[in-house]
Design a protein around this ligand. Sequence first.
Ligand code: PLP
Length: 391
Amino acid sequence: MNKIYLDNAATTPLSEEVIDAMVETMKMNFGNPSSTHSFGQDAKILIENVRRQVADYLHVSPAEIIFTSCGTESNNMIIKSSVSHLGVERIISSPMEHKCVSESILDMKNRKGVEVAYIRPNEKGDIDLNKLEELLKASYKKTLVSLMHANNEIGNIIDLKKVAELCKANNALFHSDTVQTMAHMNLDFSEIPVDFASCSAHKFHGPKGIGFAFIRKSSGLKGIITGGPQERSLRAGTENVAGIAGLGKALELSIKNMDAYTRYMQDIKQYTIDRLSVEIPGIKFNGRSSELDHSLYTLVSLLLPYKNPLIGLQLDMKGIAVSQGSACSSGASKPSMVMMMVLSEDEMDDCTPLRVSFSHMTTKQDIDVFVNALREISQELIIENTNVEHR
Ligand code: PLP
């Protein structure tokens, strides 16, 4: 069976060049970067070169890039250390954040007594910046705002610069989970006064187990993993040198091809929306998902006009991988917070959300196979439901 992968927001396949760079590093550059001999120093040089490359991409200083194991670790570190080391007493966030952010915030609330205020998004998944401003002005407590750049379920994008400037004007620190946008968009942090951001290489054809945190030098944030002096003592532990080499190669390819990939995937996304709108009557798109200018070009979140908790499994049996996520209430699985925010109760009861996510490797033929399979499953289900109603 020719398998089709449409779950690139979960993870992306590694590029051949990334694999080559990692294998080469594992074979030729195995020294411990903390060692003073040439084997160690060669590994150290590789790490510093990638750090410089990341810093150039973000228009920041290399000292502001700290390699970590993943997006989850970066977000945990930023939120927990802001409370432990920077004296943050209050966090403003939204219920749409990835679990690694929302659970870190909850942990700080439960263990450290941090006050937490959530901004409830509207049914389109938008965060009201007037509400943010109101909350920022409502307290003198040291505040951290944590709002993701792009939502991993529906693809909504916030105006990072506007939010960052609002936080700055109100003396609040600003953290943005940028895992879904790093290496997919141009980001200039010399223009955007964000204090902290996060990255995970496996979201842009790099390896799993490597990411980084952007930590503005002036913030004074400290690490939560203690031990050796690696990563300027912000993240102890021998560095994942091959992973860093893979991240560097993946970033290099993303930057080199960013314009072409963006245009290509926007076209694929629009094609998916158009075909689904024709083939699945009654289909809807969640949040700003179908608006190319206001959502990630890498994904579309759709709402099937019937209840089918098994849809992901049925597509998988046809060789098509999409994400049903923790979507609609089905059996034991709880609905995701994001879906609870953007869907009505009726939609939660009677519909099925599905996330389809693309890469530059996705073709229109892949989309055709997916749409045809979805149409077949939908038609069978509608016929079955009609028969049940007429019995
Ligand atoms: N934040 C967002 C928005 C994500 O989509 C993900 C991954 O799904 C993460 C954080 C976690 O990243 P990682 O898998 O590197 O821990």
